[in-house]
Design a protein around this ligand. Structure first.
Ligand code: ASP
Length: 434
């Protein structure tokens, strides 16, 4: 492996950024032909997916087993409340940006009469909540269903936490053995994450090249205003909402961003909060010094329910569709968009493109039904065409937001290593121990 020394010796982030830039350039130069490299990107995403569920299981069980049950409840409630509030701010911001830049105005799509029906379809919140309790934890695990898996692992972990305090020595020993097993498993998983990250630059190159090869040019065309409004709103949300939140909890926003970057970039290129989870967990542990009792719970939860980037995208796109079909959304409709988008984000998986599916539901809630031949469908199809580009930005914010909320909760619980924040950021990549 001598010849590859330069590769492994170069800082990981520099390599990833290089992959990103070269990928974009290659995509723009070669256009759609660049898809030949897509297997290299698929391998990266599959590697991350491969370890997502084991990482969640091991870290969550150890996390829940190391924290007092009452505390776990408090951490959960705090995280949930902040997740919801920031998401509501995000949709509102998306709508504001949409109103300012009016994407789609003057587009005058013509088609069959637009389906401005009255039908309201609400996301079935009750079903989403009931489904959190798995009928079979193993099938939840094997099909990659995060929320039911979280539910089971927390209960299992709390069981272990109780038994570790048992009066009976035999039971205590047994519980400690179980704890050690999962703790060992978690360590092994982080090591594997680190190995996977070594491959990241190549995977990143391929993923970005394909996106730019297929859609690069379109982002500069008529959909430019949508792309611009979404990205501007993402940046403003990061600075104002998360920057403000971090400042309230006395965490330096710039330091935070520098520490979070591995997760942010991985999210950007994989377009999956769920897929990025192994890296996000590693960042919380190794770069931010957050204790496992907090991050092992709040991050998997955030990856499924906290999607501020997605919410922003929905706000902007709802406005776009309204303008594009010549019926701008009324204030009342915009309020409905806020409600639906926040609720819908709870039940959406952190996978690529999920936000675009959710958008159907959000549009539906204000009577904009996407049906063949309608102008609504045409407007939707336009946005769908550049979904990958928008997905990159929104997923990056989704994941960075999970980390921001997690650090704030950890700070308020005094579960963050303040000493680490005073020091330089560890140069080692996530999961790289001595
Ligand atoms: N890809 C996003 C995520 O994983 C969800 C979305 O499509 O908006 O967070």
């Amino acid at each position: 492996m001598k010849g590859l020394d330069w590769y492994f010796k170069t800082n990981l982030l520099v390599r990833i950024l290089l992959g990103l830039i070269l990928g974009a350039i290659a995509g723009l130069i070669f256009g759609p032909k660049i898809v030949v490299v897509s297997p290299l990107g698929d391998i990266f995403v599959r590697l991350l997916k491969m370890i997502v569920m084991p990482v969640v299981m091991f870290t969550l069980i150890v996390g829940a087993a190391s924290i007092h049950p009452a505390r776990l409840g408090r951490v959960g409630v705090k995280a949930l409340v902040i997740y919801m509030i920031t998401t509501a701010c995000a949709v509102a911001l998306g709508l504001i940006m949409g109103n300012i830049f009016s994407p789609g105005k003057g587009l005058e799509l013509v088609g069959a009469a637009s389906a401005f029906g009255k039908e309201l379809s609400q996301p079935s919140l009750i079903d989403t909540l009931v489904n959190i309790v798995p009928k079979n934890p193993f099938s939840a695990f094997s099909s990659g269903n995060i929320l039911p898996t979280i539910f089971f692992c927390i209960i299992f972990g709390i069981g272990v936490a109780f038994l570790r305090e048992s009066e009976e020595e035999r039971v205590r020993d047994a519980a400690n053995t179980v704890f050690k097993f999962f703790e060992g498993g978690a360590e092994v998983m982080y090591k594997v994450v680190n190995w996977i990250l070594q491959y990241a630059p190549i995977g990143v190159f391929a993923l970005i090249a394909v996106v730019f090869g297929k859609q690069g040019a379109e982002a500069f065309g008529p959909l430019g205003i949508v792309t611009f409004s979404v990205y501007l709103a993402l940046a403003v949300h990061m600075v104002l909402v998360y920057g403000g939140l971090l400042a309230i909890f006395r965490i330096h926003p710039l330091q935070f961003l520098t520490r979070a970057k591995e997760a942010t970039i991985t999210a950007f290129v994989t377009r999956s909060s769920g897929g990025t989870l192994p890296v996000t967990l590693g960042v919380a542990r190794d770069k931010m010094g957050i204790s496992r009792g907090v991050y092992s719970f709040t991050l998997p939860l955030g990856a499924t329910i906290n999607m501020d980037g997605t919410a922003i995208y929905q706000g902007v796109c709802a406005i776009f569709v309204g303008f594009a079909i010549g019926s701008p959304l009324t204030l009342g409709q915009q309020m409905t968009v806020i409600m639906t988008a926040v609720l819908a984000s709870i039940g959406t998986a952190g996978v690529p493109g999920a936000g675009a599916i959710m958008l159907l539901m959000v549009l539906n809630s204000v009577g904009l039904k996407v049906e063949p031949g309608t102008t609504v469908a045409m407007a939707y199809a336009m946005i769908f065409g550049i979904d990958a580009l928008l997905d990159m930005g929104r997923t990056a914010l989704n994941v960075t937001g999970d980390l921001a909320v997690t650090s704030c909760v950890a700070k308020s619980e005094k579960e963050i290593d303040e000493n680490l924040w005073g020091k330089d950021i560890p140069a080692k990549a996530v999961g790289e121990t001595a």
